[in-house]
Design a protein around this ligand. Structure first.
Ligand SMILES: [Zn+2]
Length: 318
């Protein structure tokens, strides 16, 4: 018999006030709940059995849960720490220390790189907020999950546009065409994401596939660049090795998220560490960093061309 049940029994059978006190104390210290103790709207992943923060109905309680180690903690902190890092990069360190200075560097260069950092910061911050406030109540959870999806759309959009700029820095008509295409796709995605149907539990694999498809729309400008500049040309212009790795990390993350690997195979074993959503979060952070590497490499390539410096010399310098 669990200690709570035992305390309840003694309380009901009218034992002395000490047990009453113990009972109240025990209820107060219970901060984490099992899957079957959650209200129905909170029961999402039945392969994660323990470590839940139960519906709080309070923003303050949601914020306080940041200091209780629960099955959302890794989800929250992987993206919160990364968001703060991108923010620090964005507010000054990048311009002063990270972006190499060329005589041909312009305000647009700094804007484009910071545009990407803003997208990464926005996405990771939205995600942290979603995982913190989703325990508030069903309507709050639905609203924050839309914020979370919007963050993903913002990150994909900023990622694509930053590379389109450097990939076609000397062919602005390509840049304009594919940027408009990206914005049209992002708008279509936004309309879908804001519909309540998109958020239903059964739509998880579809959601994963949806974001993969939007991300993979980047294949079209890469293919156009291949025809225009040749394979070697596009490899250098958009730093294809980093983009390829980035795509692998994003797709792997989305598949792991979609199929709930590994907790589907071992329910209860990965409640606090290592379940699919946490792996997905880590892979997103790695992929976003690889994209930053690609953007910086493309920036170097553009200015090495404009300044007539060999790219290998430049890489040795930075
Ligand atoms: Zn998440």
């Amino acid at each position: 018999m669990s200690s709570i049940t035992e305390l309840k029994r003694r309380r009901v059978t009218g034992n002395n006030g000490v047990y009453e006190e113990l009972y109240k104390e025990k209820l107060q210290v219970k901060k984490l709940y099992d899957f079957h103790e959650l209200p129905e709207w909170q029961q999402d992943n039945d392969k994660i059995l323990t470590g839940y923060i139960r519906e709080t109905k309070s923003v303050m309680k949601c914020l306080r849960s940041l200091f209780i180690w629960n099955n959302e903690s890794v989800n929250i902190y992987t993206h919160l720490v990364s968001a703060i890092s991108y923010f620090l990069l964005m507010v000054g360190i990048t311009d002063l220390l990270v972006i190499p200075h060329f005589p041909t560097s312009t305000f647009t260069d700094y804007s484009i790189i910071n545009f990407y950092l803003l997208g990464a910061f926005g996405c990771l911050m939205c995600s942290s907020c979603f995982h913190t406030f989703k325990q508030h109540s069903s309507p709050h959870s639905d609203a924050w999950s839309k914020v979370d999806y919007m963050g993903i759309i913002v990150l994909i959009t900023c990622s694509l546009i930053s590379l389109l700029y450097y990939g076609f820095f000397d062919h602005k008509e390509y840049f304009h065409f594919f940027t408009v295409l990206t914005i049209v796709l992002a708008t279509a995605c936004t309309v879908c994401v804001l519909s309540d149907k998109f958020n239903q539990k059964d739509f998880r694999p579809l959601r994963a596939g949806f974001f993969i498809a939007f991300g993979l729309s980047g294949v079209f400008p890469v293919a156009a660049g291949m025809i225009k500049f040749g394979i070697q040309g596009i490899i250098q212009r958009v730093q294809l090795k980093y983009l390829g790795l980035e795509a692998i990390f994003y797709i792997a993350g989305a598949l792991i998220y979609g199929f709930r690997i590994p907790e589907t195979m071992y329910p209860g074993m990965f409640d606090f560490w290592g379940h699919s959503h946490q792996i997905f979060h880590v892979l997103v952070v790695v992929a976003s960093f690889l994209h930053l590497k690609a953007v910086m490499g493309s920036y170097n390539f553009k200015h090495s061309r404009l300044n007539g410096v060999g790219l290998s010399t430049l890489h040795a310098a930075y």
